[in-house]
Design a protein around this ligand. Structure first.
Ligand SMILES: *[C@@H]1O[C@H](CO)[C@@H](O)[C@H](O)[C@H]1NC(C)=O
Ligand SMILES: *[C@@H]1O[C@H](CO)[C@@H](O)[C@H](O)[C@H]1NC(C)=O
Length: 419
């Protein structure tokens, strides 16, 4: 593939950057968990989560993620942070929903879905101070349905309609034609969601109750006096492979995609961040590294195979794949422009199953890439997986047959489920 700057995600934003990390984080789990907004409770809508495997239904501020995680889905293997976003669904004109699969970011290898994560130094050259242990933040609001161009948070959430080569070119997808709502035309290379977090911190609060007021976007390139500490500008991209649905658009031509919280507009897209880099690794990287392709000698890296092997089982017993009669959770489609309202009592599961993530030691060196997959140990003869249980996937060792009347449905190379 030709490496044209115009092809690349944040080339414009990055050109003035003095520090830059760009790397893949594959999918850890898909789950109705949101430990920031709904700690200890099943979240109303489905998220895709990447990062360290200490991700949990609630995450104590005191947790030292590098020491209680045993793997991470990020190629920089000292990054045990968690990042999550809502999930995109296709709605067929017959009313059924199907989850839109994700593609890896360009030029970073074949990660299993997930996101491309950037840490940038904003263009003014001011020193970047890494986030502190316990730092968290949220950008966006799942209930919003109309775009407010005067709100810097709203303008920091957008979409790019990718061309057939997965690039940005073409009439509809050129940089500068990004849209704040989901693209209204068919995108031949899929849709990329682009989320920029605020990069100015008040220097005091790690995680205030609203998870937002401790950070602000820069004003005229600098941090406001109320939020004077320049932290890395975190930017995440998710590529939704909408192409397999392009021949199924409804006859009225209306764009058919909808976020997992029942948002067919797209302006309710949001992302959550729980900082979890080991020691001073992020600070060293921001002081030393500026590379678009994922190279940063001061950081430890791991192979794409290793990140794809780090997964968590989904703990809410419900289907989120295949053709579904409704979105997971209680999420009717609410198109706005008024804010969406929370709907409850639809009978969606509100409980989850164990086990909690097992605390484990963090890897101490560069994990040795194993070319041989571990030898699968066969499940007991005749063992059958229960409804919603995992029944297949790379390196999966459990039963591959499902209890009647369920069948094992392929979700991706790493996960099949009894549905
Ligand atoms: C995971 O969350 C549960 C429920 O809040 C809690 O009891 C448990 O201690 C947490 N585990 C870890 C490793 O954080
Ligand atoms: C809707 O269409 C899809 C694709 O043809 C099909 O698989 C699904 O079963 C349909 N749903 C209903 C309720 O007919």
């Amino acid at each position: 593939m030709q490496l044209k700057p115009a092809l690349l995600g944040v080339a414009l934003a990055a050109s003035g950057a003095h520090a830059l990390l760009r790397f893949a984080c594959s999918q850890l789990v898909l789950e109705r968990f949101d430990p920031l907004l709904n700690p200890g409770q099943v979240s109303p809508h489905l998220h895709q989560i990447v990062g360290g495997n200490a991700f949990n239904i609630s995450m104590d501020l005191q947790n030292d993620l590098p020491s209680i995680s045993s793997c991470t889905t990020c190629t920089f293997s000292e990054d045990f942070s968690n990042y999550w976003t809502a999930v995109l669904y296709f709605q067929h004109q017959n009313g059924s929903f199907k989850r839109v699969p994700q593609l890896p970011g360009q030029l970073l290898g074949n990660a299993n879905g997930g996101m491309t994560v950037y840490y940038l130094q904003p263009g003014n050259g001011q020193k970047v101070t890494a986030f502190k242990k316990g730092f968290r933040m949220i950008v966006g609001n799942a209930m919003v349905r109309s775009f407010d161009g005067s709100n810097p948070e709203a303008t920091s959430l957008n979409f790019r309609c990718l061309d057939a080569n997965g690039g940005n070119g073409g009439v509809t997808g050129a940089p500068g034609t990004d849209s704040n709502s989901l693209p209204t035309q068919k995108c031949l290379g899929g849709i990329r969601s682009q989320i920029i977090f605020p990069s100015c911190w008040n220097g005091v609060d790690l995680d205030p109750p609203d998870h937002k007021s401790h950070v602000k976007y820069p004003v005229n390139g600098g941090c406001p006096s109320t939020h004077p500490v320049q932290v890395p500008q975190l930017f995440i991209e998710t590529v939704w492979d909408t192409t397999q649905f392009n021949n199924m658009w409804p006859s009225n031509g209306q764009q058919p995609f909808v976020y997992s919280m029942g948002d067919p507009v797209g302006v309710g897209q949001h992302a959550d961040y729980v900082f979890g880099w080991k020691g001073d690794s992020l600070q060293r990287a921001m002081d030393q590294c500026n590379d678009f392709g994922g190279a940063c000698p001061t950081l430890q890296t791991q192979s794409i195979d290793a990140i794809n092997r780090c997964t968590q089982p989904s703990r809410v017993q419900e289907a989120y794949d295949g053709w579904l009669p409704s979105l997971p959770g209680c999420n009717p489609i609410q198109a706005g422009p008024a804010k969406a309202t929370m709907v409850t009592g639809c009978g969606a599961p509100t409980t989850w199953t164990g086990p909690d993530p097992t605390p484990g030691p963090a890897p101490t060196g560069n994990p040795v890439p194993t070319s041989q997959p571990p030898t699968p140990t066969n499940p007991a003869p005749g063992a059958q997986q229960t409804h919603y249980g995992q029944c297949g996937g790379k390196d999966f060792k459990g039963p591959t047959a499902c209890q009647s009347p369920y069948t094992c449905k392929f979700s991706n190379d790493y996960y099949s489920q009894c549905l």
